[in-house]
Design a protein around this ligand. Structure first.
Ligand code: SF4
Ligand code: SF4
Length: 469
């Protein structure tokens, strides 16, 4: 084949050693400013909810408990069974739509402000900052040979990291096992092997992820970082460096006029790089390593204030605005996500609060279509499964409808403890003369005696011989 017929190709090979490059440790400078304050508040709220969650009580029992061995989830007075799995699926779909909505609106808000990896890493970094000092002190400490002073500083940091990891793991396990029992068993070193396994697993996972791996989790492990780009559009707010305004970059005296020196507003101080938890330079444009924490906005704004320039050289902006084109926050895609999200949330709340915490299952005996009892009546056998999904004891009355003359042979009332499944074998019988067809739809009605709102109906069939005409 001649060269003229070849499809032109480009060399896209990469240096394989790039993947094995030694990780450069990031010494993050402590950020401060408007967005950092929002982050700190968000982080404290997130941590507060997480750590206090298992200790809350509701009607004398742990308010949030996912009891896996018994397959029951207790959430603020409500008991959910595996049959309620649809609600969990619904919740996950709502979470996915919320993520789409916020990502289309303002990029990686989740990553920057509320992701557990960000929250715990920020807490771990704060411990590091308190134990070893600020960025310059940490760089100096790492460069120093080992000494008692260095050992104490490093030891203090790791001691508190391990303590926080243990506390995190304990709290996590406390959502799945009664937390007070867990505390007593931990204090008396009387934990079962599974508790020991999960406590160890989550302690190590927290310590490694937030203490050592940090930004590596966001850059190399998190799938969201990879696919978030497809959700962005040209109106999505992102942390952006205004190249037109900032370049050419260069150092200058505070009193100098940048225009006369042919410079933009960026004084090339690199403070935005030093505060970045993933160690990138936002001036190089949008990068998948950027978690949208806005620390660089705060850093650059503080420099702009010092220089007497307008704030916002690094700011939340979008591609359209940066290119001087018309941008719009309210666009069809975002509005569609918002509408779907609102409908789903309202539907979920409606379903949750209209849910009757009583479930009845009727199983007809399939071995025998019907039988004739000693009184000559036609009889069908059923097994009723009554699940009391409340957290109180209830007595229920069972009645039948749909076939006149049909009588049920159950005790007057059935009592079920909180969260109990009661199996009631029963028979229904009728005189053969009252039967009009061989198969009749009937309804089992179950109602709590002390609470008329607790009632439900299940359908079944009553079978008998073909009535004689
Ligand atoms: S570039 Fe800015 S917003 Fe992105 S991760 Fe770094 S500091 Fe945070
Ligand atoms: S903080 Fe602002 S002025 Fe300093 S290097 Fe970054 S963009 Fe330039």
């Amino acid at each position: 084949m001649s060269d003229a017929k070849k499809i032109p190709t480009a060399d896209v090979s990469v240096d394989p050693t790039e993947f094995y490059r030694k990780r450069e440790k990031i010494y993050q400078r402590n950020p401060s400013g408007f967005f950092q304050t929002i982050r700190v508040v968000t982080i404290w709220i997130t941590l507060g909810v997480y750590f206090l969650g298992p200790w809350l009580t509701w009607n004398g029992r742990q308010a949030v408990l996912f009891d896996l061995p018994d397959r029951k989830f207790y959430i603020f007075g409500m008991t959910f069974w595996p049959q309620d799995f649809i609600l969990l699926s619904w919740l996950l779909i709502i979470a996915a739509f919320a993520l789409f909505f916020f990502t289309v609106l303002a990029g990686r808000l989740w990553c920057g402000y509320t992701c557990p990896q960000t929250v715990w890493t920020t807490f771990f970094m704060w411990i590091e900052h308190v134990s070893e000092g600020d960025r310059h002190q940490r760089i100096r400490l790492d460069a120093q040979p080992w000494s008692i002073k260095k050992l104490i500083k490093k030891g203090t940091k790791h001691f508190f990291w391990i303590l926080l990891s243990l506390f995190t793991a304990f709290t996590f396990v406390g959502y799945f096992a009664p937390v007070k029992e867990l505390l007593i068993n931990t204090a008396y070193l009387n934990l079962d092997p599974w508790a020991i396994f999960w406590l160890s697993f989550f302690t190590i996972a927290t310590y490694m992820n937030a203490g050592w791996l940090r930004e590596q989790v966001c850059i190399y492990m998190c799938p969201y970082a990879r696919f978030q780009g497809v959700m962005f559009d040209k109106d999505t707010l992102q942390v952006t460096y205004d190249t037109k305004r900032g370049d050419p970059r260069g150092k200058r005296k505070k009193t100098a006029d940048p225009k006369q020196e042919n410079l933009g507003d960026c004084i090339d101080c690199k403070l935005c790089v030093q505060v970045c938890p993933t160690g990138i330079d936002i001036r190089n444009g949008l990068q998948y390593e950027c978690i949208g924490c806005a620390a660089c906005i705060d850093a650059c704004d503080s420099i702009m204030d010092q220089m007497g320039y307008d704030r916002g050289l690094v700011r939340y902006s979008n591609e359209h605005a940066i290119q001087g084109e018309k941008s719009s926050i309210l666009r069809p895609r975002l509005v569609a996500y918002a509408i779907i999200l609102c409908i789903m949330i309202l539907g979920f709340i409606g379903t949750l609060f209209s849910r009757v915490p009583l479930e009845v299952d009727i199983i007809r005996d399939r071995n025998q279509l019907y039988r004739t009892n000693i009184d000559g009546d036609i009889e069908n056998v059923y097994t009723l499964k009554i699940i009391n999904k409340t957290q109180e004891l209830h007595s229920y009355r069972i009645s039948l409808a749909g076939l006149e003359g049909l009588t049920l042979d159950t005790p007057e009332t059935i009592t079920a403890l909180p969260g109990e499944l009661v199996v009631v074998p029963t028979t229904a019988h009728i005189s053969p003369g009252a039967l009009k067809r061989p198969s009749t739809k009937i309804q089992f009605h179950v109602e709590a005696l002390d609470d008329p709102s607790l009632q439900t109906e299940e359908e079944s069939r009553f079978l008998g011989p073909i009535p004689k005409r």
